[in-house]
Design a protein around this ligand. Structure first.
Ligand SMILES: Cc1ncc(COP(=O)(O)O)c(C=O)c1O
Length: 394
């Protein structure tokens, strides 16, 4: 039995390019990028080259890339850093289905700095309605933060429509692109050559979060793309690395691996998205047709290409994971970023799914198209587990 890894949204498999880039840094001799000797200069050159590659691949200028320890830190820096630098009316707007690092950063500002927080609802497909955002924004709103695509159900937001609403009042917009940037053509729009579809979400966005391990790079490294000239308060204080915005010795090998993964992923992203989508659609059709009680969660069309997420009535997500793992199929129940939680997914609850059904969430996120055999094995195991758990013959 060959194992199949269908959990790319939690962490994508390491790309060979990323592994090679990290090994090259370590083999050359690890050094501090701030040191004033040849090894230090080499480390600095690695970081600079990686910054250029990431900026190029994501339509940003090199000076707009701030390296962090991952998506969580980049989201925290965006929200806390932008809000504290320019509090305006101390009012934040976000959506009910954001990653916990976004929601908790907003709640931190609410708790400790007295900000007011408006959490905009979503519809049954996980879409943030522009009308709801329009109703929430005020001339004194500090920041709007809405993720480009949701990690649990894959729904992609109409971020540009939301950004246009924010622009009316000159409100900065942050988007968490941790999931979207890894499988859709995404650009920060700072380079003249980034036009057309590749310029999405583009210049209406002030700050955008990306994380290495979703592109197939190493874990524990990411970046905040921050529009040139945007005032931001540092969250980590110390030696003043990353232009004073993010102190701490740079993770040189991790940054090199991150850049290699981003370059590899973005160079094929358009073509692979279609293949991935076709494979995902076949999986979704197979599950819905053969497994009673299953329903697709998230927007059926405006969703990430490799994302298949379901509820499975009558069977706990945890027991499905165990059965699928025993059959060599690695998937997730809801979001692995909130691992260890057996509470119903807050994302599904926000979409109006009943708590009991929200506890049955199952998520497959394909790193690459899957074979017919893998698809059939997945459907067979799922059907058998549903039959066992519900006591029905299917
Ligand atoms: C949408 C989204 N934002 C942020 C994060 C956090 O990123 P990291 O794991 O790099 O801290 C994740 C999960 O990994 C995510 O899926």
């Amino acid at each position: 039995m060959t194992a199949a890894y269908l959990d790319a949204a939690a962490t994508a498999p390491l790309r060979p390019e990323a592994r090679a880039a990290m090994l090259a840094v370590w083999d050359a001799g690890q050094a501090n990028a701030s040191s004033v000797h040849s090894a230090g200069f080499r480390a600095r050159a690695e970081v600079d080259a990686a910054r250029d590659r990431i900026a190029q691949a994501l339509g940003a200028r090199p000076g707009e890339v701030v390296f962090t320890s991952g998506g969580t830190e980049a989201n925290t820096l965006a929200i806390v850093g932008l809000a504290l630098a320019r509090p305006r009316g101390r009012h934040l707007v976000t959506s009910a289905i954001e990653h916990s690092s976004v929601l908790e950063s907003c709640r931190y500002l609410e708790r400790v700095f007295g900000f007011e927080l408006t959490v905009v609802p979503v519809d049954a497909w996980g879409r943030v309605a522009p009308e709801a955002v329009a109703a929430a924004l005020r001339p004194d709103t500090t920041l709007l933060s809405v993720g480009l695509a949701n990690a649990e159900v894959g729904t992609v937001q109409s971020i540009n429509a939301l950004a246009e609403l924010a622009a009316v009042f000159g409100i900065p917009v942050h988007t968490d692109a941790v999931q979207a940037a890894a499988s859709l053509p995404v650009s920060f729009g700072s380079r003249p050559e980034s036009a057309g579809i590749a310029a999405w979400p583009g210049r209406g966005i002030t700050a955008m979060t990306v994380a290495s391990h979703k592109f197939g790079g190493p874990q524990g490294v990411g970046a905040l793309l921050l529009r040139a000239g945007t005032p931001v308060e540092a969250v980590l204080h110390g030696g003043g690395q990353e232009g004073g915005v993010r102190s701490g010795t740079e993770n040189v090998a991790g940054i090199a691996g991150f850049a290699a993964a981003v370059s590899a992923a973005t160079s094929t992203v358009g073509a692979t998205a279609w293949e991935l989508m076709a494979s995902r659609e076949a999986l979704v059709r197979g599950v819905l047709a053969a497994v009673p009680g299953t329903a697709l969660t998230g927007d059926p069309e405006e969703r990430l290409p490799g994302h298949a997420s379901f509820t499975v009535a009558g069977v706990s997500g945890e027991s499905l994971l165990v059965a699928l793992d025993a059959a060599g199929l690695a998937v997730s129940s809801g979001s692995a970023c909130a691992a260890g939680q057996s509470d119903p997914s807050p994302v599904l609850l926000a979409m109006g799914v009943a708590p009991e059904l929200a506890q049955t969430a199952l998520r497959c996120t394909l790193p690459a198209p899957i074979s017919e055999r893998t698809r059939e094995r997945f459907v067979d195991v799922l059907r058998a587990e549903v039959s066992r758990a519900t006591g029905t013959r299917v």
